[in-house]
Design a protein around this ligand. Structure first.
Ligand code: HEM
Length: 184
């Protein structure tokens, strides 16, 4: 079968898309909350949230590796033939940025923790080796990259969702439907 001949995304592609999407949005919300709560008053809650945030962020990194492998070795639908050239170019740029950020957010978080000398345990099951050597001043730089990356990611997700809704509501085409879990 031609790599682009499908009309629908496969069940695995849909599952990975929605699990990763919902998890990343949750990580952004929890990340902003935990980085801004009062340390003294919420010490226990805060460190539990840090542990969950770090573990779940590493799971997203693993899922992204699966997603790239799946996309590389399986068939997926071509762009809708009715879409204009600029829409196709813009959507490819936005998708590219989303892929880059879905990798760079967990990697910058991991690098930040390693720079500060903090371990990265995945739900207490195993501990990852440090990604970079301990260097607290560099940790500040990774923290800035992670923080601004998070805000930039919100903007890119909004653009991505707005594009999908524009095709669904204004153009009334199948762009969103073919990625929805139970559509045929
Ligand atoms: C897709 C994955 C991830 C996303 C979308 C994400 C997003 C965020 C966001 C938006 C913040 C708030 C930044 C701020 O306002 O200062 C944050 C904080 C944080 N993240 Fe992540 N993160 C991810 C993965 C990770 C991973 C894998 C780690 C570590 C292994 C990590 C460690 C941290 C830490 C330590 C903070 C708190 C920084 C501080 O206290 O200033 N994150 N994250």
């Amino acid at each position: 079968m031609n790599k682009h001949s499908l009309q629908q995304y496969s069940a695995t592609a849909k599952l990975l898309h929605w699990i990763i999407g919902v998890t990343i949005i949750t990580l952004i919300c929890v990340g902003i909350y935990m980085a801004n709560i009062d340390f003294d008053g919420n010490g226990g809650v805060r460190s539990q949230l840090y542990g969950l945030h770090k573990s779940t962020g590493i799971v997203v990194l693993g899922l992204m590796v699966c997603r790239v492998l799946w996309r590389t070795f399986t068939t997926y639908p071509a762009s809708n033939a009715a879409h204009k050239k600029w829409e196709i170019v813009l959507s490819k740029i936005v998708h590219g940025i989303l892929y880059i950020m879905a990798f760079s957010m967990p990697l910058s978080g991991w690098a930040m923790s390693s720079s500060y000398g903090s371990t990265v345990s995945v739900y207490g099951l195993f501990t990852l080796p440090p990604l970079v050597k301990e260097d607290p001043p560099m940790g500040e730089t990774w923290a800035l990259i992670h923080e601004f990356g998070g805000y930039a990611l919100i903007a890119v997700i909004v653009i991505h969702a707005a594009g999908a809704l524009k095709h669904h509501i204004i153009d009334r085409d199948d762009t969103l439907r073919r990625m929805l879990p139970f559509s045929r």
